[in-house]
Design a protein around this ligand. Structure first.
Ligand SMILES: NC(=O)c1ccc[n+]([C@@H]2O[C@H](COP(=O)([O-])OP(=O)(O)OC[C@H]3O[C@@H](n4cnc5c(N)ncnc54)[C@H](O)[C@@H]3O)[C@@H](O)[C@H]2O)c1
Length: 253
């Protein structure tokens, strides 16, 4: 699309769901820096519009859990980053069915419906990149996270099927699988666990979150974004149906 090596994504349209915060916002910054025209799809009107203005990108204020509305959505993009997500933590026996369904709508049905919307024009152009922000929890389970773990495992399957169907059309589909990343979603979990266990937030990070991790640090959102951007590059054209962990060695065990 472009001859400028510093802006390899110039001329590409990218949609980043959940782009107003955390990993999504880091992806927006990275894709903009590489020359892409980015649209942030996120639920909160004020934050989404403010973040879009700050970064010179477009805002699409949308509740991606309203999947009935997404069945007829019209969307044109060369790059789709399925990133929006939430967490609910409860034992199966008391897990609210509506919370389970909400997580599955937002984190599995919406990625399916958005991919379904963008793929026809990607196929026409013979180029497309779908990056699904999965998690270590797309590959491993943790107690009390039934909705999240099952939605992420479903996303892994969706990504692989997309890879098989898209291959003949120049479309790749991959997952990135971070461990705990320093974002508002995790900062809230740290604060909640510190209060629940009566320990400091540093202790929660070291003794609860990073017990299985070889590198005793949280992942930074910019590190995940750089992997997402690489998956969008032409250098990654042969990478499809893959799941790339970035977890400080958690899944090496
Ligand atoms: N933070 C982590 O440790 C971590 C680890 C692995 C995977 N992930 C995944 O990364 C993704 C982003 O997480 P994050 O930590 O950056 O979270 P975050 O809370 O910082 O950002 C999530 C974004 O999604 C948006 N969102 C939530 N519900 C929405 C809805 N119904 N419609 C549209 N947008 C909605 C929020 O407004 C927010 O901007 C999620 O899919 C999460 O599962 C996070």
């Amino acid at each position: 699309m472009t001859d400028r090596p510093d802006r390899p994504l110039e001329g590409r349209q990218a949609v980043v769901t959940g782009g107003a915060s955390g990993i999504g916002l880091a992806c927006v910054r990275e894709l903009v820096a590489l020359g892409a025209d980015v649209t942030i799809a996120d639920i909160d009107p004020e934050t989404t519009k403010q973040v879009a203005t700050d970064h010179g990108v477009d805002a699409w204020v949308v509740d991606l859990a309203d999947t009935a509305a997404l069945e007829t959505v019209e969307l044109d993009a060369d790059i789709l980053v399925n990133n929006a997500g939430i967490q609910r933590v409860n034992p199966l026996t008391t897990f609210a069915p509506e919370d389970f369904r909400l997580i599955h709508r937002l984190m599995l049905e919406a990625p399916f419906l958005l991919a379904r919307a963008v793929l026809p024009r990607m196929y026409e152009r013979g180029w497309g990149r779908i990056v699904n922000v999965s998690s270590v929890h797309g590959l491993r389970a943790s107690a009390y996270k039934s909705a999240y773990v099952s939605a992420k495992h479903g996303l892994e399957g969706l990504s692989k099927v997309t890879a098989l169907e898209g291959a003949a059309h120049g479309v790749t589909s991959n997952c990135v699988n971070p461990g705990y990343v320093r974002t508002p979603l995790v900062e809230k979990q740290i604060a909640d666990q510190a209060a629940a266990h009566g320990v400091s937030e540093d202790e929660v990070v070291e003794k609860i979150m990073l017990t299985g991790t070889a590198v005793k640090r949280l992942v930074e959102p910019e590190q995940v974004a750089s992997l997402v951007a690489w998956l969008c590059s032409d250098a990654a054209a042969m990478v499809t149906g893959a799941s790339y962990t970035m977890d400080g060695g958690w899944t090496a065990r």
